[in-house]
Design a protein around this ligand. Structure first.
Ligand SMILES: [Zn+2]
Length: 299
């Protein structure tokens, strides 16, 4: 019997080696949202779903968000620690709050959940505006910090959080926010199904995401590939959101540019062009990062 297994192994081995040595262009990958076969993009280890435009990272690696993530790694990427970056983060939140203010307030949409709430800066600002806030944060360091600032925070990942929330039979939230979280999740379809569960009809889903609809992917693809975090499993563009959201009961109310970097566009160092790009960025979701306000359908 053992000899038979040995023979089978010898027979299969060349096929296994062949399969592993295939270039990415020969590997069939399917979209984690709709199951359509994705189309490999020439020259880079990414494939695009032809149906909804989701970009799949073929070399994505899993990682655990150890306590060091918000210290050493954030510092390596942005030049300062997450907590030291408070002012920049506060400024970004102020812009987000200005965008959501005409649509929702503490009376119309009282209960807010942020997944990946980090140090609780956004939730702190929402609380100041009268909302009841709750955060789910995977990093124990950040969860501890947020709690020290009296921002109610559970140290747990998204899917654990949903399981516990369902078990407790809690009501859905009025506002759900995920800033730079969704692109890390391998289970994209489950994530969107959970958004549908977590947000009440008429409630809002707020997403901040890197976008491959921005200038770096369009005009400097080598740089985009070189600097692409390996733990970003997927990439969205505005068109991806408008195509995926309706499949899960949401529609896009607005999608805007989050990062304003005119210098990343061709000739962006030129004063006049920079002015034109800045104006365009203000009015269209054409930057490397986007902020989306999605509304849950009423039925
Ligand atoms: Zn798809």
């Amino acid at each position: 019997m053992q000899r038979l297994y040995g023979l089978r192994l010898v027979f299969c081995l060349p096929f296994l080696v062949f399969a592993l040595s295939l270039p990415h262009s020969c590997v069939i990958v399917t979209c984690p949202v709709c199951g359509t076969t994705a189309k490999k993009i020439r020259g880079i280890a990414f494939a695009e779903c032809p149906k909804d435009g989701l970009l799949l990272n073929l070399n994505a690696t899993e990682r655990d968000y150890a306590p060091t993530y918000f210290d050493a790694e954030y510092k390596a990427q942005y030049g300062k620690s997450y907590l030291d970056d408070h002012e920049a983060l506060r400024a970004r939140n102020t812009i987000r709050l200005e965008k959501i203010a005409p649509l929702m307030n503490a009376q119309s949409h009282p209960r807010v959940l942020e997944v990946g709430s980090a140090a609780g800066f956004f939730l702190g600002a929402m609380r100041e505006r009268g909302h009841a806030v709750q955060g789910w944060e995977i990093s124990p360091t950040m969860a501890k910090y947020a709690k020290s600032q009296s921002v109610e925070t559970e140290c747990q990942d998204f899917f654990d959080g949903v399981r516990k929330w369902q078990k407790k039979k809690m009501p859905p939230f009025d506002i759900l926010a995920l800033f730079y979280v969704l692109e890390h999740l391998k289970e994209q379809k489950t994530a969107w199904e959970n958004f549908n569960l977590l947000v009440r009809p008429g409630g809002y889903l707020l997403l901040a995401l890197p976008s491959y609809g921005g200038p770096t992917f369009r005009f400097n693809r080598l740089e985009w590939t070189k600097t692409h975090p390996s733990d970003h499993v997927v990439d969205y563009a505005p068109k991806t959101l408008t195509r995926i959201a309706p499949q899960f009961g949401f529609h896009a109310v607005s999608i805007s540019s989050e990062g304003i970097h005119p210098q990343r566009f061709p000739g962006g160092a030129n004063k006049l062009l920079s002015y034109v790009y800045r104006l365009a960025l203000k009015h269209a979701p054409i930057s490397d990062t986007i902020f989306a306000i999605l509304k849950r359908e009423n039925s």
